[in-house]
Write a protein that binds this ligand. Sequence first.
Ligand code: DLZ
Length: 156
Amino acid sequence: MSGQGAPAVQADGTGMRVVIVAARWHDTAMAALLDGAQRALAASGVTDVRVVRVPGSFELPVAASRVAASGPDAIVALGVVIRGGTPHFEYVCSAATAGLTDVAVRTGIPVGFGVLTCDDEEQVQARIGLPGSFEDKGADAALAAIATATALRDFP
Ligand code: DLZ
């Protein structure tokens, strides 16, 4: 995983079924996040991966909730929210964060949190795993989800 203080996480996702729920706002950055998550899952041995696209990050919780009902081993939620000139940013970020947390806690299915909440495009570029980025939040969210699923395997 990337970022100061981040643990070195390795997880064996062999045999796991993982669903990525991904927003569409900021499509170039989203493509990079999605690519990072998919590469991390493949490198961890996950071969059963489905991707569900929704319009914005506000829609991620309802998508994760419906996906969770199908019983995947883990869910990875990806979005990019950039601060604008109104309080809308705070509402979208808190709805996505609280909603995704609720899905994970209510269902017991790990949800990797790969929603970037950034002040500007520069902060986004630094976190999407492209050349020049210092973090790859798509990969990090995918690894966190399957590492948590692995840690909880003995507690079905
Ligand atoms: C409306 C909106 C705005 C202004 N900004 C973003 C953003 O930066 N990132 C994102 O994922 N979604 C944004 N949205 C869309 C909302 O998430 C949502 O799709 C709409 O409010 C419709 O429910």
